[in-house]
Design a protein. Structure first.
Lengths: 113, 113
């Protein structure tokens, strides 16, 4: 089955700095790559996603880049703010299916004021 | 717009007792439905998914079961809870066709004592 590795497991940055979280995956048939943000005690929220026909997607301060050849994709957060502090999960659709996602183990991002 | 509900929000149950968690989705038809468990605040483990009424796929063998008695209702059950069943249970839905985006419910925090 699909194997998703997420790094780092924890990340601490100063407010205003950038944060980058990287995920690698194993199944070359995968074509959908979402990122979720989960605040403490809350549900995961979809914050951005990318499909394999594009290499980069931006939404204000967040962006996702995809390298299908190397089978990795990354979340970039610029001008970080304390409210960005949360656990971030990457995910990959399994075998190109439309209904199953395999999640990374998560990255705890702390933004220090 | 679509809304997903879960109840109860929190639950404390003794070892060996039964369990029933319910999830319902509003505002869409024929959704794919999912049950995840999240232990220790990290990592999303897919337990079950369903692509239609009465169609349940199990991802991890365990003492839990799932049922989908109606199109937009998904139930997670156990006949006898174990201590290891404690965790945050999340229901999610996605559109049947055309997209892999999954949207999570608010979750049920289960503590088995």
């Amino acid at each position: 089955g699909e194997n998703v590795e997420q790094h780092p497991s924890t990340l601490s940055v100063q407010e205003g700095d950038s944060a980058v979280i990287k995920c690698t995956y194993s199944d070359s048939a995968s074509n959908y790559f979402p990122w979720y943000k989960q605040e403490l005690g809350k549900r995961p929220q979809l914050i951005i996603d990318i499909r394999s026909n594009v290499g980069e997607k931006k939404d204000q301060r967040i962006a996702v880049t995809l390298n299908k050849t190397a089978k990795h994709f990354s979340l970039h957060i610029t001008e970080t703010q304390p409210e960005d502090s949360a656990v971030y999960f990457c995910a990959v659709n399994s075998g190109g299916s439309n209904y199953k996602l395999t999640f990374g183990k998560g990255t705890l991002l702390t933004v220090n004021p | 717009s679509q809304t997903i509900h879960q109840w109860p929000a929190t639950l404390v149950q003794p070892v060996g007792s039964p369990l029933s968690l319910e999830c319902t989705v509003e505002g869409t038809s024929n959704p794919n439905l999912y049950w995840y468990r999240q232990a220790a605040g990290r990592g999303l483990q897919l337990l079950f998914y369903s692509v239609g009424i009465g169609q349940i796929s199990s991802e991890v063998p365990q003492n839990l079961s799932a049922s989908r008695p109606q199109d937009r209702q998904f139930i997670l059950s156990s006949k006898k809870l174990l201590l290891s069943d404690s965790g945050f249970y999340l229901c999610a839905w996605s559109r049947l066709a055309g997209g892999s985006e999954q949207y999570f419910g608010p979750g049920t925090r289960l503590t088995v004592t």
